[in-house]
Design a protein around this ligand. Structure first.
Ligand code: OAD
Ligand code: ZN
Length: 239
């Protein structure tokens, strides 16, 4: 079964990949559902919401500024680089969809990339929707103001209770539904709709591979579920 997975991946022209916080764990970025994800005793669910932001924008911005700094001090790890290499090999038939907002895939060279939950490295204008990158962490004083209209900006991420960008999601779904091999790496697969992408691919006939040190709701569906960290699992699959 494991040899089959390697062969399928090697031969496939259309490959989709979904990643979650687990792929950045080896870069030292804490995952969401681990204790290390807490900040001053708050759970992400108490801060990553439109309600929290409306109530106390400064507090929410301080949390994002802290995470932004953490992420900029981190480096992409081998797993991020291996996916950038896989993209080079597969070309047009490849798409990487990430739930991560840390920007590490982009920094590792991935370009056929959809950041479904936005990016912590950018802000979005509350009034006109303009997006702009944040200044370097040591020059950044939140909140940022829009260079176009001067209004306050919010983090350019998707919060609990908000909708994903419909166009991005449709592109992700289309790619997963037409892929020959779908890889799901480092996600607890409990947050919808990203969690459904693996299921969609499988239902449409793709060969589904999961890489996660723990079992997830997707595990029973997977053709192969590697109980491994992201880098070790990918190294083995791609060697
Ligand atoms: P979670 O924190 O829910 O799950 C992280 C997953 O990574 C778990 O299944 C771990 O077993 C796995 N993991 C841990 N170490 C790993 C390693 N070295 N290699 C591979 N996997 C490892 O993170 P997500 O599934 O990404 O949404 O969470 C999904 C979304 O929920 C996030 O994007 C965020 C969050 O709330 C928003 O902010 C909208
Ligand atoms: Zn504006």
């Amino acid at each position: 079964m494991q040899e089959t997975a390697r062969k399928r991946l090697q031969q496939a022209e259309r490959v989709t990949v979904l990643t979650g916080a687990g792929i950045s764990a080896e870069s030292g970025v804490p995952t969401f559902r681990g204790a290390g994800g807490l900040w001053e005793g708050f759970r992400p669910e108490e801060l990553a919401t439109p309600e929290a932001y409306a109530r106390d924008p400064e507090k929410v911005w301080r949390w994002y500024a802290w995470r932004y700094q953490q992420v900029m001090e981190a480096e992409p790890n081998e797993a991020h680089y291996l996916l950038a290499r896989l993209e080079e090999e597969k070309g047009n038939g490849f798409l990487l969809v990430t739930q991560n907002v840390d920007g590490l895939h982009h920094r590792a060279g991935s370009r056929r990339l959809l950041e479904l939950h936005g990016s912590i490295t950018r802000a979005r204008c509350e009034r006109c929707g303009h997006r702009q990158p944040l200044p370097p962490p040591d020059e950044f004083e939140p909140p940022p103001y829009c260079e176009r209209c001067g209004s306050r900006m919010r983090p350019d991420v998707v919060w609990f209770g908000e909708f994903l960008d419909a166009d991005l999601l449709a592109r992700a779904e289309r790619a997963f539904m037409t892929s020959e091999v779908a890889l799901v790496i480092g996600t607890s697969a409990v947050v919808e709709p990203a969690a459904s992408l693996g299921r969609l691919a499988k239902a449409a006939g793709a060969y589904l591979i999961e890489i996660n040190p723990e079992a997830t709701p997707l595990t029973p569906l997977a053709d192969l579920s590697l109980r491994a960290g992201a880098a070790a699992g990918l190294r083995w699959l791609l060697e």
